[in-house]
Design a protein around this ligand. Structure first.
Ligand SMILES: C[S@@+](CC[C@H](N)C(=O)[O-])C[C@H]1O[C@@H](n2cnc3c(N)ncnc32)[C@H](O)[C@@H]1O
Length: 280
């Protein structure tokens, strides 16, 4: 298991509180990509969610298609446990149609040609080898089955975000050299919709389509500070003493309080991509 997956497992509860709600509305939009495909099946669909995290997308899929079964596949045990809890909270009808399995994108926990659709939300940037993960999705899909995923488009192209800059300035004011987090081997963001389509074709998919879109999240000064101190900057915080942590929190709070509400709207480019496994 990689350090990255261990980290997701250990911080699963914090992920659920701070980050899952930011991604969930976009994950929901991903299901629209599958609607015609699932309707055309004419029988209950079997869907697999790759890197399901705390289960928002899998539960939404089960709610949207009331006769579908959904395989909730996730390598981080801590995440999978919270997905189980989410499913149980959604009621017996939904929980009874979900199957939970530990599994990585490069080695999915289901047989060849055994699912009608593969979905994935904000995972294909994290996998060590995206080409291999796409080929693995093709392996598990039945002929004619569809893969639909969403992930970040090149994050260097993101618009400036003042709350982030102000937080960074508060870190600078501590006068410490901000350390680089340990390197992690991962595929990284998709460069462009065109690149996403090329990757899908290389993995054997047909009828490929990819479009750029945007994830927008309205933070507030409090929710952003809570996210930075409670989740996003845990590595940095682990290196600070109590005094430095308190100084950082109060300086960042003071800086964020000066911003306008509109400054807290975060816009992040994403790509929504899909492809079909050919029938022959
Ligand atoms: C940003 S979270 C997204 C979770 C969920 N799909 C969502 O939209 O909230 C990334 C997830 O990918 C999982 N992950 C990391 N590396 C993975 C891999 N190689 N294969 C499958 N999942 C992976 C993590 O454990 C984590 O649950």
């Amino acid at each position: 298991m990689s350090a990255l997956i261990d980290g997701y497992s250990a911080d699963a509860a914090l992920y659920l509180r701070h980050w899952a709600p930011v991604l969930a509305p976009t994950a929901g939009r991903l299901l629209d990509e599958l609607a015609d495909h699932i309707a055309a099946l004419g029988r209950p669909a079997r869907i697999l969610d790759v890197g399901a995290g705390t289960g928002a997308l899998a539960v939404a899929a089960a709610a949207r298609w009331p006769d579908a079964t959904v395989v909730v596949s996730e390598p981080a045990q801590g995440m999978l446990e919270l997905a189980r809890q989410r499913a149980a909270a959604a009621g017996a009808d939904i929980a009874g149609r979900l199957e939970f399995a530990i599994g990585q994108a490069g080695q999915l926990p289901v047989a060849d040609s055994s699912v009608d659709a593969v979905v994935s939300s904000f995972v294909f940037q994290l996998v060590p080898d995206r080409d291999a993960a796409l080929r693995e999705a093709a392996r598990v899909l039945s002929p004619g089955g569809m893969l639909a995923y969403v992930t970040w488009l090149d994050r260097d192209g993101r618009r400036p975000f003042r709350p982030g800059d102000e937080f960074d300035a508060a870190v600078l004011d501590l006068g410490i050299d901000e350390p680089e987090p340990p390197p992690q081997e991962h595929a990284g963001d998709v460069e462009s919709p065109r690149a996403a389509m090329g990757e899908l074709r290389r993995a054997g998919f047909a009828d490929v389509l990819a479009r750029a879109d945007e994830l927008v999240h309205a933070w507030t000064a409090e929710s952003y500070l809570d996210y930075k101190l409670g989740y996003d900057e845990l590595f940095l915080l682990s290196l600070l003493g109590d005094d430095q942590r308190q100084r950082l929190a109060s300086d960042a709070r003071r800086r964020l309080a000066r911003l306008r509400e509109s400054d807290f709207r975060w816009h992040a480019p994403i790509v929504i991509a899909r492809g079909v496994k050919p029938r022959d």
